[in-house]
Ligand binder design. Structure first.
Ligand SMILES: Nc1nc2c(c(=O)[nH]1)N[C@H]1C(S)=C(S)[C@@H](COP(=O)(O)OP(=O)(O)OC[C@H]3O[C@@H](n4cnc5c(=O)[nH]c(N)nc54)[C@H](O)[C@@H]3O)O[C@H]1N2
Ligand SMILES: Nc1nc2c(c(=O)[nH]1)N[C@H]1C(S)=C(S)[C@@H](COP(=O)(O)OP(=O)(O)OC[C@H]3O[C@@H](n4cnc5c(=O)[nH]c(N)nc54)[C@H](O)[C@@H]3O)O[C@H]1N2
Ligand SMILES: [Mo]
Length: 765
């Protein structure tokens, strides 16, 4: 089936390509953040809003999950944090009049960029089955519509409750409680498409599915390896931490098929020298690994560590391995038996640079390994992360200052949402505690993750789809399949701040429930409420908005969940939902009772900077696996088979987007201006394919189900990236990612590894 996303028709007429930049941030970043703020908010609002960002008493940046510096250090913001704020604090509005002027059939022709640029949603809106317009609806009627749809369906397992990672701890907690009171664990979330592979790999090896370092560890590390991550764009404040580490003498290794600007060179916009100087070279080593071959690389490195230890005796941490780790002998034997030559060829790297990195690891103990989507969204993601854990365990580089695992999360509260129980496969311990606190027996059967939810919708097994934030149609793989799935449902309910594709491609009937954002004052129940979030390093802290809400009609996510609960749960409901909405302290008391690590939650949430959650590997070098020990793992690398004439496509973020929210049409660091339908490929690969920079092609993906997935009319950009691979932007390229192509064990869509061919472009519509 051929797909024609609406964006296919604006073929980026003004697209311009220039030389990619090797310097991130600096003056252009300062200018870009202010320009974006001014466009969306005007002068006064820009100044007051950005000054509250990541301040101890301000709001948590709705950008990424990189931790804030402690309460005593200066305030920190970055270009992309400023853009995320401007996007939410915009003075543009999507009102009932807007919906009267724009039928769905019209909105469906607009690009994601256009939809997002229309501004903040102001009123609850309802589109009845068969109608082409959203019309205003009262909150009460909206909740009744959901209650009726759930009652008609009659089976809680025929409802799906998605969550994106911006939702606060308090909202997430009441949301999962509502869903479990209804009787289902169908709680897919954006993690399923993001760091699920990390949670699976870490849980099974070190006993907790979270990172084991804090920001202070970056001040003690000797070697920091950044794998499959583009911090210059996606975690810009991480570059400040890396810069500090480097100034202290730490070595930084970047493993990435692309030479991303922030990792090669960086100018800190918060320092005069950064704004005017040459900037700091960050990565000491850059390994341009082939897409999907990191497992092979880490196997080679681990094998060398063992060999070097055999020579020198001081490379591995023998005492730690003997006392606290299982599987050393097996791993040694496994590594010795590998075909090193074949592994090296698979990585596409030269032997000398791999050897240099192996020696760097051999010579140091304080090692941090960071990673993100370049690792988690691959078929062998879980095995790859386990192999990186092997590296750290062999070295004893965990549970000491300056060392450990660092999965760098995306959404600002995606980790917190998981801690609050937003998970389709909850542990019995969590359900037991939840049931005891609220006096009910929660459902035990595991629910759908994202991919299984879309499959279930495709089969017609889902009647109601509720989305707490996010934009499933654009974020999920296989856009056509996802769109068809949602269209199969009887009702879709989106709790949202901004208009997006999922409001346009919805169920038979649809509701939009507009909510407050992080930046806004939350005065639910007449009380000034705060919420809390957990960052990528398990720091929990409060967030209080300071702006007047975008519309008096908006409700907080907590109020929406509690209001909905009162309507959809039976009349003999025992949870005091109105009381919870009126005072979030009461929600925090329940969290304290249910979730370990939240002792004295209300008190500690009031402290500037918040508190850190317990983490046994980090705190006590303890591993809460069934054996009580950390586990080394033996894996077998399987090279992705790419037939002749095909390339392996990875889908990435531009500098001007936040996931499916498109701020603008530039990707400054990669030299792309005023357009997004580009595909990056190596000049030699292009030559072999008989193609050249500037040509227009359709990208067609190949997958064993034989379905044709086509993304029409992309401009080829010759680019320096690993041979045999190519790259295009998410979400335009999502149509190419087959729903069935998922990572082993974590079921995460393989958004970074899709076999594609190029065909001459289909004519423009
Ligand atoms: N401004 C901004 N900030 C964001 C986001 C955003 O969209 N915009 N999104 C947020 C979210 S939800 C997330 S999850 C994070 C995402 O943060 P990232 O993971 O940095 O995001 P991606 O753009 O997906 O970049 C993936 C990186 O992995 C590399 N890569 C791809 N395949 C491979 C591989 O096989 N091996 C290796 N070693 N590298 C590979 C790519 O070249 C690229 O540099 O950012 C968060 N922060
Ligand atoms: N091909 C490909 N696909 C991918 C990825 C990839 O790298 N490649 N990355 C994956 C990853 S890592 C992730 S995390 C997912 C992201 O998937 P999602 O989290 O579902 O998508 P977002 O684009 O972050 O969601 C944006 C929408 O959230 C709403 N929103 C914003 N702020 C708030 C708020 O405070 N409250 C509420 N209720 N709503 C709000 C707005 O309406 C906005 O339109 O996408 C995944 N999809
Ligand atoms: Mo993510």
């Amino acid at each position: 089936m051929t797909s024609r996303a609406p964006e296919a028709d604006d073929h980026d007429e003004g697209l311009r390509v220039t030389r990619p930049k090797d310097v991130a941030a600096g003056i252009p970043a300062v200018v870009a953040s202010l320009r974006h703020g001014l466009d969306q908010m005007g002068v006064a609002r820009t100044a007051t809003t950005l000054l509250k960002l990541n301040q101890p008493r301000g709001f948590d940046c709705p950008g990424c999950a990189w931790p804030d510096p402690g309460p005593t250090s200066r305030f920190e913001f970055c270009e992309n944090g400023a853009k995320a704020v401007a996007e939410e604090a915009t003075i543009r509005r999507v009102t009932p009049e807007f919906f009267a002027d724009h039928p769905i059939s019209d909105l469906a022709t607009k690009t994601d960029h256009w939809l997002g640029q229309q501004g903040r949603l102001t009123h609850p809106m309802h589109r009845a089955a068969g109608e082409d317009h959203y019309r205003p609806v009262s909150w009460d009627d909206a909740f009744k519509i959901v209650a009726d749809a759930l009652a008609d369906s009659g089976d809680p397992d025929r409802a799906v409750f998605y969550t994106s990672g911006r939702t606060s701890n308090e909202a997430a907690f009441v949301y999962q409680l509502l869903v479990r009171r209804l009787g289902t664990n169908n709680l897919p979330d954006c993690s399923n498409m993001c760091h699920e592979s990390s949670s699976v790999a870490l849980g099974s090896t070190i006993g907790i599915g979270k990172g084991s370092v804090t920001l202070e560890d970056f001040d003690a590390a000797e070697v920091i390896v950044v794998v499959g991550q583009n911090p210059g764009t996606n975690h810009p404040r991480m570059l400040s931490a890396l810069e500090r580490s480097k100034e202290r003498g730490a070595k930084i290794v970047a493993v990435n098929p692309l030479a991303e600007a922030g990792l090669i060179r960086f100018k800190n916009p918060q320092r005069v020298s950064g704004v005017v100087g040459r900037g700091t070279a960050l990565a000491d080593e850059h390994l341009p690994v082939k897409v999907g071959a990191d497992l092979a690389l880490f196997q080679l490195l681990n094998r060398r560590l063992v060999e070097l230890d055999d020579e020198r005796g001081d490379v591995l941490d023998h005492e730690f391995l003997a006392d606290q780790v299982l599987g050393t002998d097996e791993l040694r034997a496994h590594l010795a038996g590998l075909d090193a030559e074949a592994l090296l060829v698979a990585t596409g790297l030269d032997a000398a640079s791999v050897e240099r990195v192996a020696r760097l690891l051999a010579d140091h103990r304080r090692i941090i390994i960071c990673w993100a989507m370049g690792i988690t969204q691959h078929r062998q993601a879980v095995a790859t992360i386990r192999e990186m854990v092997n590296t750290l365990l062999l070295k004893g580089s965990i549970g000491m200052a300056g060392a450990g695992v660092c999965p760098v999360r995306g959404h600002s509260n995606v980790q917190g949402d998981r801690t609050m129980g937003i998970v389709e496969q909850p542990s019995d311990a969590f359900l037991d505690a939840l049931g005891a606190e609220f006096g009910f027996e929660p459902p035990r059967e595991h629910g759908h993750d994202v991919v299984r939810a879309i499959e279930a919708m495709g089969r017609g097994d889902v009647d109601v789809f509720v989305s707490m934030g996010g934009n499933l149609v654009a974020a999920a793989p296989d856009t056509d399949a996802t769109r068809r799935g949602l269209a199969n449902t009887k009702l879709t309910v989106q709790v949202s701040t901004k208009l997006n594709r999922s409001h346009v491609c919805a169920g038979a009937a649809a509701l939009i429930l507009p909510c407050l954002g992080r930046t806004e004052i939350d005065c639910t129940g007449g009380k000034d409420q705060k919420v809390t979030v957990e960052d990528s390093m398990s720091m929990v802290h409060a967030s209080r908005g300071s702006l007047e809400p975008a519309s008096p009609e908006l409700r907080s996510e907590v109020a929406i969940v509690c209001g909905l609960a009162e309507q959809v749960l039976p009349a003999d409901e025992t949870v005091d939902w109105a009381g919870l909405a009126a005072d979030y302290d009461r929600i925090r008391d329940h969290i304290e009772a249910v979730v370990p690590g939240f002792t004295d939650f209300n008190e500690r949430a009031s402290v500037d900077g918040g508190f850190v959650l317990p983490n046994p590997p980090r705190d006590r070098r303890q591993f809460e696996t069934p054996s009580g020990k950390a586990h080394l793992t033996c894996s077998t690398f399987v090279d992705e088979i790419v037939p002749a004439g095909r390339l392996l496509l990875q889908t990435i973020r531009s500098h001007d987007q936040y996931n499916t929210t498109i701020y603008g049409l530039d990707d400054r660091y990669r030299g792309i201006h005023n357009g997004r339908r580009v595909v990056f490929a190596h000049p030699e690969d292009l030559r072999a394919l008989g193609l050249a920079d500037g040509e227009l092609v359709d990208i067609v993906s190949e997958w064993r189900d034989g379905v044709e997935r086509r993304a029409p009319r992309f401009r080829i950009v010759a680019y320096d990236l690993a041979r045999g691979t190519c790259a295009a932007y998410f979400p335009e390229a999502n149509v190419l990612v087959p729903l069935g192509s998922v990572a082993d064990e974590s079921n995460t869509p393989t958004s970074k590894a899709v076999v594609v061919r190029f065909e001459s472009a289909s004519p423009s519509a």
